[in-house]
Design a protein around this ligand. Structure first.
Ligand code: B3K
Ligand code: ZN
Length: 867
């Protein structure tokens, strides 16, 4: 393994030159696309004499400065860079390069998806299109001309407004686009293809009409409505909540099948993974509808937080991503159930972000050192980043937070800035001191907050002591106390709120924990209380608070805060799993069942919340919570808890199931919540394993008029290992074999099935006509689902899971390194496992390390894992 160089955040220097305008001409051809790039270059650093441009996988044809061509001896091509002597203050540079989109399987730069050309430039993909100053602080005005065969590519799209189009010889045509907003190269986009187009309009609050165009593969118009509706909701919401209006006359979205992530916010021309666009009730689940709405929103919201104000350098990625995730989460909460959305976000943090902090890739939300930027589109930068924004929102309150946003745009519209600039705007607009708070940007790791309590009946005082401690991470040994907002309530024995009084005054329900240890003394507390802490998950920390089952049950039934009710249920269930693993328990105590029963029966509780309260924390999250649990024992104990709930609460689950069983499909919040609860009941009954559970599943599978119910039935029989599983899987495959996106669900069901021969089934599925190693959706659905969603099988003690994943990674390394690096994550976490598994995992990591052509993407993760 040959060492590769990392870039350091503190090494940032402004560019010697900048580029103010860029005119691009694309002569599209499958294997020989010619790109002519004319830049107006301006020297920024006096004395600079060489322009150094980034480039990768390009064939350079010619270089000219101010109309004069340069001979080959006048410039230098070295390791991904083009050096051009340029002792000039301003000049026109013309470069002609040739690229091969049809053979570009990395899905970065210009490539083909299905029959269409499309691009992905973030983070550093533009350098695969032409030599350029491919960094986010170089903002240019783009003019793009596209020429292509008219029959194959009737639509020619790029950023901004279309300013010309016409016919060319030989059956070709052209279109020209002008983007009035200066932008970094990562926001450039081009699409050429043949699509169906769903058109609509949106009138902004200042009365401008914006044309909305959604391009999908032919025949898919019927599956585009939800995405279009989501876009219009996003546009209206951003005006209402953030006072932000769209700025171009046209907004286009193109859905493509080959895409490395969910979607990309290119200015005026979003490119989406078709999975994040296409939905109808028979092919997409409620969860997918939700995800589509949130991704459409996310990319739209980037127009201000990302595009109008962008990042100075890639270390600042969370400036746009953390903030935009916060905004999309708020959007989803405002469109649907706030608590269900909060739960969703917290599950991501607990299962994935805490694991990232505990593993070899640990980094702060603003990383300090990067080898391959694509490896830093992480749950830490995105989701913990959003938690950090949310904490500022909690500390400032909505009104002052919005004043901070306004000041941020006033100061920085049209600029490329840093995370510090954002915090400074928040601080200056609100007057709230965020000095210590800034540590959240530079310190990695998961803080652990522990609780000590003292109650003195004589003085009626309750003293709460909180201590914080952040364990060392792979990247940082020393940690300092953070500024942690702790939102709380105190409950008396009946579950009533006790007013918060400190020093004779009503106290705020958000405490500022800023020291390693800190105490608060609440007065006029007439009986012992239960502290409801970190309401709404007010900070991304682990909480160590020992509560009895009875106290947890009190929080479950009586806390005002719905998030805390859910969280108490999670803690109660987690306790049982751990007790089972530790041999302290065989059967679920009656007290636990008695705590769950009222949740199931209380008519006033939102069914969507009940469904979440009856779901066990995933194995991955439990493993994070309690170190040293054996993989297999954890898996079995978790199953045992679910199965005992299924048996012990059978009547209640049946009744609740039947309450919603025969409702015709509707797509509204109420129906979605009811479906979720119905299907949770079905799942627990299936795990309970009584004979009639199988009949129930089969009936639902046969009668379902929507994919949510179909898939829930299929999942229940697979996870419950019911005999009918094989038959239903075969029926599903028969019905959907020609629909790739639906087959992804089948691949995932297969990969996550709790059966000992799962790897044989997966290997067979790789030969399925619907499978394609070059398509990231397929890879994630099958290989990714196995590695991250079938923990027990992946960590099989014979090492077969690790070997299988590594075989796939070796193949993917040569096809799509970005995709490979994404799915290798479960192989990195060997430190949390027993010695045997550690050895097996390291052996596979070493196989990767020994590859002669290991990509940068994998190199970074492999070397950190072994280091
Ligand atoms: N900004 C893109 C992600 C780009 C990932 C590059 N590897 C999508 C998003 O976060 O909105
Ligand atoms: Zn984003």
């Amino acid at each position: 393994m040959q060492a590769m160089q990392a870039k350091q955040r503190l090494d940032y220097q402004p560019s010697d030159y900048t580029i103010d305008t860029l005119s691009l001409v694309f002569e599209l051809d499958d294997h020989h696309t010619r790109v002519t790039a004319r830049s107006s270059v301006r020297r920024q650093r006096p004395g600079a004499d060489t322009l150094v441009l980034d480039g990768e996988a390009l064939t350079l044809q010619s270089v000219a400065i101010d109309g004069k061509s340069l001979g080959q001896e006048q410039y230098r091509l070295a390791e991904g860079q083009l050096h051009i002597p340029a002792d000039l203050d301003a000049f026109e540079l013309e470069l002609v390069t040739e690229i091969d989109p049809a053979n570009n399987t990395t899905l970065e730069g210009l490539y083909q998806s299905g029959g269409a050309f499309c691009t992905q430039c973030e983070a550093e993909g533009f350098r695969r299109i032409t030599y350029f100053l491919d960094r986010p602080d170089v903002l240019a005005r783009y003019h793009t001309r596209i020429e292509a065969d008219k029959a194959r590519f009737p639509f020619l799209l790029s950023n901004g407004n279309k300013v010309a189009e016409g016919e060319l010889e030989g059956g070709r045509h052209f279109a020209e686009w002008q983007d009035p907003f200066p932008k970094p190269s990562y926001l450039f986009a081009l699409v050429a293809g043949d699509f169906d187009c769903l058109r609509d309009t949106f009138v902004t609050r200042s009365g401008r009409e914006v044309a909305l165009e959604l391009f999908v593969d032919k025949g898919n118009l019927g599956r585009a409505e939800h995405a279009m509706a989501s876009l219009k909701h996003s546009m209206a919401w951003d005006e209402q909540r953030f006072n932000l209006e769209y700025d171009l006359d046209i907004y286009m979205i193109v859905a493509v099948d080959f895409f490395n992530m969910g979607a990309m916010e290119n200015k005026g021309l979003n490119i989406f993974n078709s999975k994040a666009v296409l939905a109808d009730p028979t092919t997409a689940t409620d969860d997918e509808y939700h995800r589509i709405e949130s991704i459409i929103g996310h990319e739209y919201f980037h127009n201000w937080t990302g595009n109008r104000v962008t990042c100075r350098d890639w270390f600042q990625l969370s400036l746009k991503e953390g903030l935009t995730v916060f905004r999309d989460q708020e959007f989803s909460a405002d469109m649907g159930s706030p608590v269900v959305n909060r739960i969703l976000a917290v599950k991501t943090i607990r299962s994935h972000q805490f694991a990232e902090d505990a593993g070899p890739m640990a980094h702060p939300i603003r990383p300090d050192s990067v080898i391959e930027m694509n490896n830093f589109y992480t749950v830490t930068v995105y989701d913990k980043g959003a938690e950090v924004i949310r904490m500022m929102h909690t500390l400032l309150g909505e009104q002052r937070f919005q004043q901070g946003m306004a000041l941020y745009f006033e100061r920085h519209d049209g600029q490329a800035v840093t995370c510090d600039d954002f915090v400074a705007a928040m601080e200056d607009a609100s007057g709230v001191d965020l000095g210590q708070f800034r540590l959240w940007y530079s310190q990695s790791g998961t803080p652990v907050v522990s609780v000590q309590e003292q109650y003195d009946p004589a003085s009626q005082r309750y003293r709460l002591t909180l201590s914080q401690h952040t364990p060392a991470t792979a990247d940082q040994a020393d940690k300092q106390p953070l500024h942690i907002p702790v939102k709380l309530q105190l409950l008396d024995g009946e579950g009533n709120n006790v007013p918060l009084v400190i020093n004779g005054e009503p106290a705020n329900n958000v405490l500022n924990l800023q020291q390693a240890e800190q105490s608060w003394e609440f007065e006029q507390v007439s009986e012992p209380v239960v502290a409801s802490l970190f309401e709404d998950f007010s900070a991304p920390v682990k909480l160590e608070q020992s509560l009895s089952d009875a106290q947890l049950a009190l929080l479950m039934t009586s806390a005002d805060n719905d998030f805390v009710r859910w969280d108490a249920a999670q803690r109660l269930l987690a306790k049982q799993v751990v007790a089972l693993v530790n041999g302290e328990l065989e059967q679920l105590p009656l007290t636990v069942l008695d705590a769950l029963r009222p949740v199931l029966l209380e008519p006033g509780l939102d069914p969507a919340l009940v469904a979440e309260m009856l779901a066990l924390p995933p194995e991955q999250a439990l493993a994070q919570e309690v170190a040293g649990l054996d993989v297999e024992e954890l898996h079995l104990a978790r199953r045992a808890v679910m199965s005992q709930i299924g048996l012990a609460l059978e009547d209640e689950l049946q009744a609740r199931y039947q309450q919603y069983a025969n409702q015709a499909y509707r797509n509204d919040g109420k129906a979605i919540g009811e479906r979720a609860l119905k299907n949770r009941c079905l799942f627990l009954l299936a795990l309970g394993g009584k004979a009639d559970a199988q009949a129930l599943c089969q009936r639902q599978f046969d009668a379902a008029d929507n994919m949510t119910d179909t898939l829930a039935a299929l999942n229940a029989v697979n996870q419950g290992r019911l005999p009918v599983a094989a038959q239903l899987m075969a029926q599903f495959e028969q019905r959907w074999q020609d629909s790739a996106l639906v087959m992804d669900k089948w691949f995932s069901q297969l990969a996550m099935a709790p059966r000992s021969d799962v790897l044989d089934a997966i290997r067979a599925a790789m030969g399925h006509s619907a499978f394609d190693m070059a398509n990231p959706n397929r890879v994630r659905a099958l290989v990714g689902a196995f590695a991250s969603g079938n923990r027990n099988a992946f960590h099989a003690i014979d090492g077969s899971g690790y070997r299988f994943l590594t075989d796939c990674l070796i193949e993917l390394n040569g096809i799509n390194p970005q995709c490979a690096a994404r799915i290798m994550t479960p192989l990195m976490g060997w430190r949390e496992l027993d010695e045997t598994r550690q050895g097996l995992m390291k052996a596979q990591l070493q196989r990767l390390a020994d590859l002669p052509d290991l990509s940068r993407d994998l190199y970074e993760k492999v070397s950190k894992s072994l280091g």
